[in-house]
Design a protein around this ligand. Structure first.
Ligand SMILES: Nc1nc2c(c(=O)[nH]1)N[C@H]1C(S)=C(S)[C@@H](COP(=O)(O)O)O[C@H]1N2
Ligand SMILES: [Mo]
Length: 155
């Protein structure tokens, strides 16, 4: 399964779990930051630093928010200031793919809710112009054209 990275400042792309984690300069055991969680993880902020360096060099604005979107359309948008301890869990302790949260799972130890620990992340958005000061999470509000037609007929 591939993970999309969307970054209007540094370019976008599609990556395998292996490609994403290979770019990360700081790897750790998830349990070092999240009690009761086991597995291999990489630090988020230093991943972003390496990403930016590889793409455009280290200049440029710092993002305001990170948004992650999951395979089930659950998503979270988190202010950059809450991400100091954030990490992505990407493999079990023995290196095999995650059984829960595959392909990767975000953890936000400094966040205000465990609800931000988004499982099965398939898209990572770097946002540079969001204003919300609090993190947000939930299922995307999406109405299909079929549903729209149905609503129109009823109301
Ligand atoms: N993809 C996805 N991630 C998700 C959710 C979800 O519905 N889908 N629920 C969130 C919520 S509300 C909580 S409280 C935690 C629950 O994590 P757990 O399954 O490890 O207990 O996962 C979060 N991550
Ligand atoms: Mo939750």
């Amino acid at each position: 399964m591939e993970i999309h990275v969307y970054d209007e400042m540094n370019g976008s792309g599609k990556f395998s779990v292996e490609e994403l984690s290979a770019l990360a300069p700081v790897h750790l055991s998830a349990g070092e930051r999240v009690e009761g969680v086991a597995g291999r993880a990489f630090d988020w902020l230093s991943w972003y630093g390496a990403w930016r360096q590889q793409r455009k060099g280290s200049d440029g604005p710092v993002p305001t928010h990170l948004r992650v979107v999951a395979a089930d359309e659950f998503q979270a948008t988190i202010p950059w200031t809450e991400l100091d301890q954030a990490l992505f869990l990407y493999a079990q302790e023995d290196g095999t793919p995650l059984k829960k949260g595959y392909p990767i799972r975000l953890y936000v130890p400094d966040g205000n809710s465990a609800c931000l620990n988004v499982k099965s992340v398939v898209a990572i958005h770097l946002l540079y112009n969001e204003e919300a000061s609090e993190s947000e999470f939930g299922f995307k509000n999406k109405v299909s054209p079929d549903e729209l037609r149905e609503f129109r007929g009823r109301f």
